[in-house]
Design a protein around this ligand. Sequence first.
Ligand code: ZN
Length: 296
Amino acid sequence: MIRTLLVCLALFTPAVAGAAPLAKDLFGGEQRASQQTSQAIGSYAKGCGAGLVQLPETGPTWQAMRLSRNRNWGQPELVQYLMDLSSAARQVGWRGLYVGDMSQPRGGPMKTGHASHQIGLDADVWMLPPSRLNLSRSERESISSISIRTEDQRNITSNWTRSHQALLKMAASDPRVDRIFVAAAAKIAMCKTAKASDKTWLQKIRPIAGHNTHFHVRLKCPRGDSRCETQKPSVSELSKGGDGCDETLTWWVTTYLEELRNPPKPTKPKGPRKKTAREYTMADLPKACRGVLAAN
Ligand SMILES: [Zn+2]
């Protein structure tokens, strides 16, 4: 019975939806970048990328991982940033970086994973320090990163090292960076060990769920990209001008975890439920994204 119902739903869904294709399928089907001037269009979680550039699969100090996903694309600023950071990583004793998902060739919503990473300014960097930088394609599919956080989400594990902190500090201190997302336990550890006289960089480190096997770098809108939406609130607003080592950080290891165990009764939503990135059609994205899809 249930199976019949599912089959019926599957058969009828395209017609019911009025056949407006989903943006994730359109952008997820693109194999290469648009031949346009590079531009970030829209917001990190609702937009697309014109003229994106591919991070070379392997460089002297990096490897792009999970090549089958074809998500090693970004704005030229992001590609340059990753090359720079991977080179600087040697200063903390790493051989370089394993780079996870960036954007699809033309950005946009993805069929799987991330809600953001849509405009070519987000990149995930693995917490696993590279052992070598000549991994084969298949090794890059099978090797996993490491978790720097305990299962109960309260603490870091021994996988978290001083070099991780030094790397995050370098990553966040770069003026191109808007913010960096990482597991709360990691930020708590950094708040404890950072020198009191040198904590301003912590403002850009933002606690978030997950992000225990990678950290997520988000760059600012590139200069001149008038269609790129700067994220609000800013990290300065979020941390009231401070370093964010405050009660909003502790919340992640207290109230947040408590509510995971004992979810509060859901309150009735006001108005219609917001669409998720995977439900967007082209009508939900900035108009210029149609041009990005249509371009050569
Ligand atoms: Zn990410």
